[in-house]
Design a binder for this molecule. Sequence first.
Ligand code: 1HE
Length: 269
Amino acid sequence: MSAAKPVSGFDIQLPRSLKAERRDEVAILWLARAEKRNAIDDPTVFGIEAFFTALPDAIKAVVLAAEGEHFCAGLDLSELSERDIAQGIAHSRSWHRVFERIEFGKVPVVAVLHGAVVGGGLELAAACHVRVAESSAYYALPEGSRGIFVGGGGSVRLPRLIGASRMMEMMLTGHIYDAAEGQALGLSHYVVAPGAGLAKGMELAKRIASNAPMTNFAATHVLPRIAESDPAAGYLTESLIAAIAQGDDEAKTRLKAFLEKRAPKTVRN
Ligand code: 1HE
């Protein structure tokens, strides 16, 4: 059983299956249950909720990474057989609540993936905003072979990334996609060499942390809503958030810096 433990730099207690650390404006949350391939049990999912709920204001971006050979083997299947239908609904709804804390939380989240990213592990990755995959990463939805269905928001988030048809095929056939295929499909934004994921994730998180907070808010909270609105409401919402962002002092300062040639240009490295 995972006992709660205090975490330095954060006003929270986490289960033993999670570790957190701060690196300036970036927090790293580690899945730390490698002996069970980071399978997500109840203490872990509620620990993820506690972490994202209590994130200090000084943190501007989060990296979600995992210890061991695999990012996450999904739902802890040992807990499943104990639940009746009502408990199953409540359990799935609790995952929805927690993963919404990630998707619509205070700051953008970069997931660093390697090894198995399967079932609920893929659902967790899909709730993050940017995904970096090491070349060892692979993606699957083994729910079909286990006689269950996704319950962590996967049927909403994964079709946005790869389409309902591809998700259906993954569930029906157990198709495993490797890191390169996953990137081509849109499951990850980057593929990097084995062991290089954290450095890339940190580089991206630092860059995200340096953005104007209002732009990060608009990108993570407003853009997804616009994308699912009817076009007329979408255009209107876009105008409103664009005006709010550019009216912010931060935008004025940054625009002035560019016009006075004090800001970096948008060039290829
Ligand atoms: C687990 C879990 C788990 C490992 N729940 N205990 N997910 C799956 O169907 C994937 C199930 N896991 C696997 O296929 C394999 O474990 C892996 C390919 C990820 C890794 O293989 P391997 O050989 O490195 O490890 P292992 O020997 O299979 O597992 C090591 C231990 O972790 C072992 O426990 P032990 O006490 O015998 O040492 C495993 O039982 C345990 N373990 N995965 C519980 N998932 C919100 S709905 C979401 C629905 C889903 O996520 S369905 C997909 C579930």
